[in-house]
Write a protein that binds this ligand. Structure first.
Ligand SMILES: [Zn+2]
Ligand SMILES: [Zn+2]
Length: 287
């Protein structure tokens, strides 16, 4: 029993780190938090992703490029551009390391607003950390001494972060239904996305990259947004603006904005203090 519980705990902890911290915060800045909580979730991401820790800066840049070039030849991880999921994962890995080592350079517009912690990043990406976490998973399995077939789950523990990314990008751009014509192949794979905490509403998310709730229809549910609302209520984060979304607005099918990153933190801070609507670069659908 300990092994399935451990697997499920690792799956959801890693997934939460990815959707809440790397995706919604580092890449899109959907909410703000103070330095303490930013560092806390930085550490949480390291613990949760362990051997497959993903650097927030490289993740954010890679993901913004994905939004800007969704499913075109310039998209760093599109199933449309690759013959199978393994090839897509491999190419994504190469691109990710290119960004991490700054071998690949990208336009300045992609290079701002993500959390950084240089010394800790170097440690978390180092082989001591990666192998240490890998050894921890193996030792845990050995101590629990499960039937041999449970050991087949170990590679998933080793590569948890990239596997979640691959599932989201493969299924979310290949399988499911579309609410919007985004000019790409994005899909909503599940109406109740409990498997990836809301990440599989790719079609909705590509339409409105800054909308905190990835669900738009009344019967769609985004657990990641629910978690954000709880943390917002607890004062851990501050979500930016309340975005109302009505069926009329869905029907209006507003044009896709090319902007996908929220305004500079200082601008958001000032506007929040002054009590005026928070400025974003993607609010056309609110009108
Ligand atoms: Zn996508
Ligand atoms: Zn996104």
């Amino acid at each position: 029993m300990a092994i399935p519980l451990f697997f499920v705990a690792h799956w959801y902890a890693s997934l939460f780190a990815q959707t809440f911290f790397l995706h919604r915060y580092a890449a899109h800045r959907m909410y703000q938090m103070n330095k303490f909580w930013e560092r806390f979730f930085f550490l949480f991401t390291w613990v949760a992703q362990g051997s497959s820790f993903l650097n927030p800066r490289a993740y954010a840049i890679l993901h913004r490029l994905h939004h800007a070039h969704s499913d075109t030849a310039k998209d760093p991880h599109s199933p449309v551009q690759h013959p199978n999921i393994f090839k897509m994962m491999w190419e994504t890995k190469n691109y990710y390391y290119g960004l991490l080592t700054q071998r690949i350079t990208v336009a300045r517009e992609f290079l701002h607003g993500y959390p950084t912690w240089n010394k800790f990043e170097q440690f978390a990406e180092g082989w001591v950390s990666r192998i240490g976490w890998g050894a921890f998973y193996v030792v845990f399995y050995l101590l629990m001494d499960p039937a041999w077939y449970w050991y087949l789950l170990l590679p998933i523990h080793f590569l948890m972060g990239p596997i979640h990314g691959a599932i989201v990008n493969w299924a979310g751009h290949k399988l499911g239904y579309q609410n919007f014509k985004n000019g790409d192949n994005s899909r909503n794979t599940l109406a109740f996305d409990f498997v990836t905490l809301g990440e599989l509403f790719q079609n909705n998310h590509h339409k409105f990259p800054l909308k905190a709730n990835f669900a738009v229809r009344w019967w769609e549910f985004d657990p990641g947004y629910f978690a954000m609302k709880v943390l917002n209520r607890l004062g851990v984060i501050r979500m930016r603006s309340k975005r109302k979304y009505t069926p009329d607005q869905i029907a209006a099918d507003a044009p896709v904005s090319e902007q996908h990153v929220a305004a500079e933190p200082e601008v958001i801070e000032r506007e929040m203090q002054e009590g005026v609507p928070v400025h974003t670069l993607n609010e056309t659908y609110l009108k």
